[in-house]
Design a protein around this ligand. Sequence first.
Ligand code: AVJ
Ligand code: FE
Length: 438
Amino acid sequence: MTDPVPDAELLRERALASLVTARDRTTLLTSCVEEPDLTAQHSPLMSPLVWDLAHIGNQEELWLLRRVAGREAIRPEIDGLYDAFEHPRAERPSLPLLPPEEARRYAAEVRGRVLDVLEDAAFHGTRLTEAGFAFGMIAQHEQQHDETMLITHQLRSGPQALTAPDPDPAPPYTGPAEVLVPGGPFTMGTSTEPWALDNERPAHVREVAPFWIDTTPVTNAAYQEFIDDGGYDEPRWWAPDGWDHVRRHGIHAPLFWRREGGRWLRRHFGATETVPPDEPVLHVCWYEADAYARWAGRRLPTEAEWEKAARHDPAHDRSARYPWGDQDPTPDHANLGQRHLRPAPAGSYEAGASPLGVRQLMGDVWEWTASDFLPYPGFTAFPYKEYSDVFFGPEHKVLRGGSFAVDPVACRGTFRNWDYPIRRQIFSGFRTARSGGA
Ligand code: AVJ
Ligand code: FE
């Protein structure tokens, strides 16, 4: 059941390409608005964009220049400002942050030196440089902040600053609404994916009972039925904490939605549009996903069920890297990498379907699962406790599969994201499941 491990030269090329792709994205996200929009805080949930920019550079300096290459610090005095644990997001606008031009120059200077280091870094030896792990980790880190910055753009008021072509129109999906995933063991997590982060490791066997899972994410049209049926006013659909939360905050629709003249409109990257009925629902919290599922007579899939649906190939009884197999994602497989600024209609990406026919498991929308964020058996924190270890516990729920805003380098069948169950500024949706007969 071992996957082929790519060779060092290929990984070096991949590391370089991933760093370049990430920086192009960062540059776009931090150059499409004027300076005041870079230093402003658009939501207390988010950092000013200029904080993300310098934090990206600072993490790259810490890990690749200081730790891997053993170089002297460029600007040790700013480390504290850009340490996510020293300053919560709401505090960051009042810090003496590097102004935009200086933040850009700093990140560019770090990157220039990193490219020299990459040239002659040994891609084996210590665990940190093995298979270029530190470079892959930093490319993923930058892309994760590029998604965070895109969320900030969505929260920003004012005219549209970003545009992208819409996904290609796909023929309407006419397949089954759900598929039966047979019960039995499968391999969850990975010990061979070179750039998998600590929380995805190690590979281990999980027993999963038979279950049915939706072939596509839940759409806006389906979600509107829940709203129209009074779903937000009916406590029996809601987890008790979720009910308290929606009551206290007057929540009665996904974030960014508003009703006008009997229609649902939403604000989407500075534009107002009619909520597209066939797109996966976006900007719902875990409590909303959980309530919808109960209303529909179903439940959220557990994380293990989600991963089995996404990776298990019943014909060969093995777990693949992606639903479609081991091949890296192409634009035909999934809506990833901010190529589009919205999810594609439910049922798109036939080429990205799993062996059982489940679609859009990768890309489009992050999918809430029923599960708490917990370590796998045999977990060891690497390379630092603050990536995953400090977040394990029942207060965070796991999201899987990535969104249109995630780059392929930070998304795979084993990738785990997490957040508080009240969060919905993230690009989150869901699909539902139910337990199957024997
Ligand atoms: C994995 C998305 C929850 O943004 O808090 C970025 C990723 N970790 N910098 C986050 C992360 C450190 C993390 N999430
Ligand atoms: Fe970070």
